[in-house]
Ligand binder design. Structure first.
Ligand SMILES: [Zn+2]
Length: 331
C-alpha cells in the first residue's frame, strides 16, 4: 500500500472517530424540544422555561466522552456480544446483568438500557429534592441516552458498518441525513406523556425495535451503493484541517429515500419516550410542584408555540431551537 493511500486511510479513520457520536446533536436537541410539548400542564412551565438549557445541553453526554473514559459505553449496546437473542434474553436489572455477563463485558460492549434506568432513578430523586438544577441535569442526560437507544447502529457490534465494508454509515444515518432532510420531517404526533408502569421494559422495547432495523439500515445502503459509482458516492472534504471522506449529499438523499420514513419515526419515538420518562420520574417522586407557574403572557406564548408544533411549522416559524443556533465547527 502506498504512502499516500496510508495517509488517506488514516484521514478516513480520523473522520470516523470524529463523527461517530450518537444521533447528531441536531436530533438530540430537536427531541428534547418536542418532548417538552408533550408534558402535562403541571410540568410544562418549568420545562418550557428551561427549554434553551435542555436544547443547549442535549449533546453534552457525547462531549463528556472526550474527557471521561467511562462515558462511552453508556451510549450503546453491542447486542451480539451478549449471546443469541440478547435483545430478549438480557435481564432488565443491572445486578443480574452483571452476574450473567460480568461487569467488564458490560463496560466493554455497552450498557445504554441500564444507564437509562439509572438516570431515571436519579431524575426521580432530583424531583423529590426539588432542586431545579439537578432536575434539569438528569432530565437532559436521560433524554440523551434515550435518543441513543433509538439509533439502530447503537445496538450492534457492526456500529459503523466496519464489519460489512460500509464504514461511515453511522454518521450518515444519524447526522448527515437528518441535517439534510429535517425540513421534510413530520415533527408532530399526537403522543402525550404517559406513565410507564415498567420503565426498563419500555426501554428494552425501544432497543428491540432499533435492533430490528439494523438489517435494513445496512441492506439499503448496499442496494443504493449498487446504483452509485464510487466518485458519486463519496467526496473528500477538509475537517479540522484534515482531509476526510464523506458521503455525497446525492447518495445520502438516495439512501434516505430507500429507507422511507424510518429515521423520522425513530426521532418521534425518541421524543415520545423522553416525555414518558420525564413524566414517570415526576409521578414516582410524588408529583411535586416544581418551578414557577406561567404568567398569563407566558401561557399565551406557550399555547401559540404549541399550535405551531401541531401544524409542524416549528422550523418554518424559526421556533426550532436546534436550527437557530450557529452550526458547531467540530461537527
Ligand atoms: Zn450519545
Amino acid at each position: 500500500m502506498s504512502f499516500t493511500k496510508n495517509i488517506v486511510l488514516s484521514f478516513v479513520l480520523v473522520g470516523i472517530l470524529l463523527t461517530c457520536g450518537s444521533w447528531g446533536f441536531l436530533i438530540h436537541k430537536t427531541t428534547v424540544q418536542l418532548a417538552v410539548y408533550k408534558l402535562p400542564k403541571q410540568l410544562q412551565p418549568f420545562f418550557y422555561k428551561q427549554m434553551k438549557y435542555l436544547v443547549a445541553n442535549a449533546g453534552r453526554a457525547d462531549t463528556r466522552r472526550n474527557t471521561d473514559s467511562t462515558e462511552a459505553p453508556r451510549h450503546f449496546i453491542d447486542l451480539e456480544k451478549f449471546g443469541d437473542n440478547a435483545a430478549y434474553a438480557m435481564p432488565f436489572d443491572w445486578d443480574s446483568a452483571q452476574r450473567l455477563y460480568t461487569r467488564d463485558s458490560l463496560l466493554l460492549y455497552g450498557y445504554v438500557p441500564y444507564e437509562i434506568v439509572r438516570m431515571k432513578t436519579k431524575l426521580t430523586e432530583a424531583f423529590r429534592s426539588g432542586v431545579g438544577d439537578s432536575i434539569l441535569f438528569y432530565a437532559t442526560d436521560l433524554a440523551h441516552y434515550i435518543g441513543d437507544a433509538h439509533v439502530p447502529l447503537h445496538t450492534t457490534e457492526n456500529y459503523d458498518g466496519q464489519l460489512s465494508d460500509q464504514k461511515g454509515i453511522h454518521s450518515l444515518w444519524e447526522s448527515m441525513i437528518p441535517e439534510i432532510l429535517i425540513g421534510n420531517y413530520q415533527l408532530y404526533d399526537k403522543h402525550q406523556a404517559t406513565y410507564l408502569q415498567d420503565p426498563a421494559g419500555a426501554i428494552w422495547e425501544a432497543i428491540r425495535s432499533s435492533y430490528m432495523l439494523v438489517p435494513e439500515v445496512l441492506a439499503k445502503e448496499k442496494e443504493v451503493t449498487g446504483k452509485f459509482p464510487t466518485d458519486k458516492k463519496y467526496r473528500m472534504q477538509m475537517r479540522r484541517g484534515k482531509e476526510v471522506r464523506s458521503y455525497t449529499s446525492e447518495f445520502a438523499k438516495a439512501y434516505a429515500a430507500a429507507l422511507g420514513s424510518s429515521i423520522n419515526e425513530q426521532l418521534l419515538k425518541s421524543a415520545n419516550l423522553i416525555a414518558d420518562f420525564w413524566f414517570t420520574a415526576w409521578v414516582d417522586a410524588g408529583r411535586p410542584e416544581i418551578g414557577d407557574r406561567f404568567t398569563k403572557m407566558e401561557k399565551k406564548v406557550f399555547k401559540n408555540e404549541r399550535k405551531v408544533f401541531e401544524r409542524n411549522e416549528l422550523l418554518k416559524d424559526s421556533l426550532l431551537l436546534s436550527k437557530k443556533e450557529p452550526p458547531r465547527a467540530a461537527e
